[in-house]
Design a protein around this ligand. Structure first.
Ligand SMILES: Nc1ncnc2c1ncn2[C@@H]1O[C@H](COP(=O)(O)OP(=O)(O)OP(=O)(O)O)[C@@H](O)[C@H]1O
Length: 241
């Protein structure tokens, strides 16, 4: 069996009947989900549909959700958010190394994300895109089996975002963590993910496999069909079917 196929047979994340309510509102209503090891999954859904709630649950950041159903996730999980969450009083390399040791690993991770030479910069000296690169480097040094990303490029300009898509794809292909990427951007989802989920009314309403090789082109006409289906599922355009 090819290494990639073998890796995909072991589920990294398993959720059964996961439920989360806030006051009288049920946000996650019995979610069932398996993410095979090494798979890149994107999660779409309207604002307030519960995407971040689901991600936080999988990250182990929500203790209330734990008892609601069954949740397994790998031990080494890294989370990247919309803002880099770099500590302003630590230089870039020290941010990347936070809680770990191994200067060389940190330097290598920074080089991988294109920040070689910026190790001693302060976070305030970085652009938004550079700060997100540093955040990715910080997640990399932990060698995550699962990378959770909550709109990591949501605050970046369109060109930087496209560059970051390329970077994230390369990092994923090189290190092969499972990825769960929360995004509002349908194009981002279909250009990067093996599989796109749409969260709707507390459930996974759509589970779509994107069967196109990487790297993908934004202009691939076959991706256009996936885009239409997802926009229809989100209620943005009429269902093409
Ligand atoms: N700690 C909390 N206390 C009360 N309500 C909460 C809490 N966290 C989330 N919610 C509610 O749960 C719902 C889902 O929130 P969540 O942040 O998961 O949505 P989302 O899909 O990630 O939204 P967005 O795309 O706008 O980031 C919202 O109605 C939100 O107000």
């Amino acid at each position: 069996m090819a290494p990639h196929t073998e890796q995909l047979t072991r589920p990294a994340v398993q959720l059964r009947s996961l439920t989360r309510s806030f006051a009288d509102r049920t946000v996650l209503d019995g979610i069932d989900l398996d993410i095979p090891a090494g798979q890149f999954v994107a999660l779409l859904g309207h604002s307030g549909s519960g995407k971040s709630t689901l991600l936080r649950a999988i990250a182990g950041l929500d203790h209330q959700v734990a008892g609601s159903g069954h949740l397994t996730a790998p031990e080494r999980v890294s989370v990247v958010f919309q803002d880099s969450r770099l500590l302003p009083w630590r230089r870039v390399l020290d941010n990347v190394l936070l809680g770990t040791d191994g200067q060389d690993k940190g330097r290598a991770a920074l080089a991988e994300v294109g920040l070689k030479g910026r190790e001693r910069a302060w976070p305030s000296e970085l652009s938004g895109g550079e700060a997100q690169r540093a955040a990715l480097a910080r997640s990399l040094v932990r060698e995550p089996e699962l990378l959770l990303a909550d709109e990591p490029f949501g605050a970046l300009d369109a060109l930087t975002r496209i560059r970051m898509h390329g970077l994230l794809r390369q990092l994923w292909q090189r290190h092969r963590p499972s990825v769960l990427l929360v995004t509002h951007d349908v194009d981002e989802a279909i250009v990067l993910a093996d599989r796109v989920l749409v969260l709707d009314s507390g459930r996974i309403g759509v589970d779509l496999t994107i069967d196109r090789p990487h790297p993908r082109s934004y202009r691939d006409p076959l991706l256009g069909e996936y885009r239409e289906r997802l926009l229809a599922a989100l209620g943005v355009v009429e269902d093409p079917a």
